[in-house]
Design a protein around this ligand. Sequence first.
Ligand code: KIV
Ligand code: ZN
Length: 391
Amino acid sequence: MTTEKDQVRIFDTTLRDGEQSPGASMTLEEKLQIAEILDEMGVDIIEAGFPIASNGDFEAVSEIAKRSKNATIAGLARAIHADIDRCGEAVKHAEKARIHTFVSTSPIHLQYQMNKTQEQVLDIITDTVTRARNLIDDVEWSAMDATRTPIDYLCKCVEEAIRCGATTINLPDTVGYATPDEYKRMFEDIIARVPNSDQAVFSVHTHDDLGLAVANSLAGVAGGARQVECTINGLGERAGNAALEEIVMAIRTRGDVLPYACNIDPKMLTRASKLVSGASGFAVQYNKAIVGKNAFAHESGIHQDGMLKNAETYEIMRPEDVGVRATSLVMGKHSGRHAFKDKLKELGYELGDNALQDAFRRFKDLADRKKHVYDEDIEALVEDEIATAKE
Ligand code: KIV
Ligand code: ZN
């Protein structure tokens, strides 16, 4: 029996929140390349930039809007007329365009950042969402710092944004403070309490300050959100945003407990990761889930032995499913005889039992001294073993 899965929209903000990462600025050409791959891999909404921020950002958003084939193209705008109008100008070229406008709602932001009362912010929501909606039908409204906002007030803000025409409501964990249970409950409460909540799609947007961004996003989806805002490699402000590749592969791999579907072609994840890493200058850590160099590499003898018998012993995803050519069994001091023999076979050597025993012992000595044992090291060692045996 197959159960119908709920569709979750993937909203990529690599080119906006990702680029806000200190030192991650990208050129127009790099942004166009990234947008192209995001569009091709099935991202539903690409947040292409913050048009009011600079002429360069405006140009990038406009150009991406002109070129996109499938995705909706969004631009970000503060709750200011000039921002909204500039954003509308930039995204209008897209076949599917969105204005994403936001305002802070938490007490600490209202007091220190905006110097406004809750009533004044409600009026700002009325005014700015209406303005955006007069320009474009697809309007997303975000409550910045939603997770530190009193729930009664947040309900009022959400209701007003929907009444004024917002079709997507994003409730960000701006400072990465929430826990999964809290974030899930927030969506459940808001969706249950806001009378017009059925007129909008709810969205998660999480930051990784406590390392909970992906877990929080998935919890928000369990609470009723159907859009996930994320970035390739988790690039983003401070500790970053939820990583797109992790969200997508969690949904695909654990469909038994995460019964959702998305449009992303996972085979393109590795290529997208490399492109973003190159453009942003942010290297991907070796042990990064899904796209790290070691995500499908095994060195321990026990693991290598298991992998040679059945890959499912130590891999829950197939490397080719995310665009990695193959699993790699890395030869090092933890490798076992089985993997060593297999490596020799791959390099074209078949040794008798005694020679194999000797070669394996010498390999272990070498691995103790050297951080990386390359194929060439093993070849040299085996050639030497063969030559010695002939003497
Ligand atoms: O983290 C955040 O609150 C944001 C908003 C602008 C959506 O990035
Ligand atoms: Zn953010």
